[in-house]
Design a protein around this ligand. Structure first.
Ligand SMILES: [Zn+2]
Ligand SMILES: [Zn+2]
Length: 139
């Protein structure tokens, strides 16, 4: 039996793949449910209010936000930073703008792979134009 200390409460428990004991993992689920229920009833609540009302630490609520498991709708609740541009966001890892941009970039890469640009087979004059076009896009 693999005995370890729970990273949350420090008690010894038999390790089964997760670093917290069964009691703590149950608590975690319960706390998440409390936070979710509270936000359902009080969609405009701040993280501080949620924390006080549910007895769940702010740090943990922020973790739920980061994981995208909950969303706090109040505009003043901007605790997370977009991992791409650093803009304050409400949930997840990236802001809406970056999500759209990344999707576009990804789509552009896919398109490039699928069909070679027609202009490469054109005469040298228009090929220069094509390169200029690429430069413009890269800016
Ligand atoms: Zn524990
Ligand atoms: Zn961003």
């Amino acid at each position: 039996m693999d005995l370890r200390n729970c990273t949350k409460c420090g008690r010894v428990f038999s390790y089964n793949g997760i670093p917290i004991c069964a009691r703590c993992s149950n608590n975690d689920e319960e706390e998440f449910k409390r936070v979710k229920d509270y936000l359902y009833d009080n969609p405009g609540a701040t993280v501080m209010e949620v924390s006080q009302e549910t007895d769940v630490t702010e740090k943990q609520i922020l973790r739920y936000l980061r994981e995208g498991r909950i969303e706090i709708r109040d505009d003043s609740n901007l605790f997370l930073d977009c991992e791409r541009c650093g803009k304050p966001i409400k949930s997840g890892r990236f802001c809406d703008v970056c999500v759209i941009e990344m999707q576009r970039e990804f789509g552009a890469v896919l398109k490039k792979d699928k069909k070679p640009p027609e202009k490469t087979i054109a005469k040298s004059g228009s090929e220069k134009m094509y390169i200029a076009d690429i430069r413009k896009k890269l800016k």
